[in-house]
Design a protein. Structure first.
Length: 135
């Protein structure tokens, strides 16, 4: 039976490889809790958002972003106000497993087998467009 006939597909894991530092929009504390849109302009007298590089450890816990799939087949990931191009990574010739490590108890658990890889790179066009919107 094929998955289009009602059978649930087998769960699979994908490894998303992010750059070491990622461009993030730094918002002032008053706007930190508000969602911004691309058409909104900062009020006069306020500091505009500033692009800065952030390490992955500096990101807050919770929902990080959304995966966008376009009709053309292109896939992008939106993290904050930054778009990333998602491209297929190379397949490994050897088995890889995802593990959860508990350093305090010196214990690890195998979560599952890693099936695919994806490489994320910043979408330069969207970054340049965000700078054009500031001006």
């Amino acid at each position: 039976m094929h998955s289009w006939q009602g059978e649930a597909p087998e769960p699979r894991m994908m490894f998303l490889q992010l750059p070491t530092t990622i461009p993030m929009t730094k918002r002032n504390s008053a706007a930190a809790g508000q969602e911004s849109t691309s058409s909104s302009k900062p009020p006069s007298g306020s500091n505009p958002p500033v692009e800065k590089a952030a390490g992955l450890k500096e990101l807050q816990a919770g929902v990080m972003g959304k995966m966008l799939v376009y009709r053309s087949g292109a896939v992008k990931l939106k993290l904050g106000d930054t778009l990333y191009d998602v491209s297929l990574g190379s397949d490994c010739a050897f088995a890889q497993d995802v593990v959860a490590i508990n350093a305090v108890d010196k214990h690890f658990s195998v979560v599952g087998e890693l099936n695919k890889r994806a490489i994320l790179t910043p979408d330069v066009d969207s970054i340049l467009d965000s700078f054009a919107d500031l001006g």
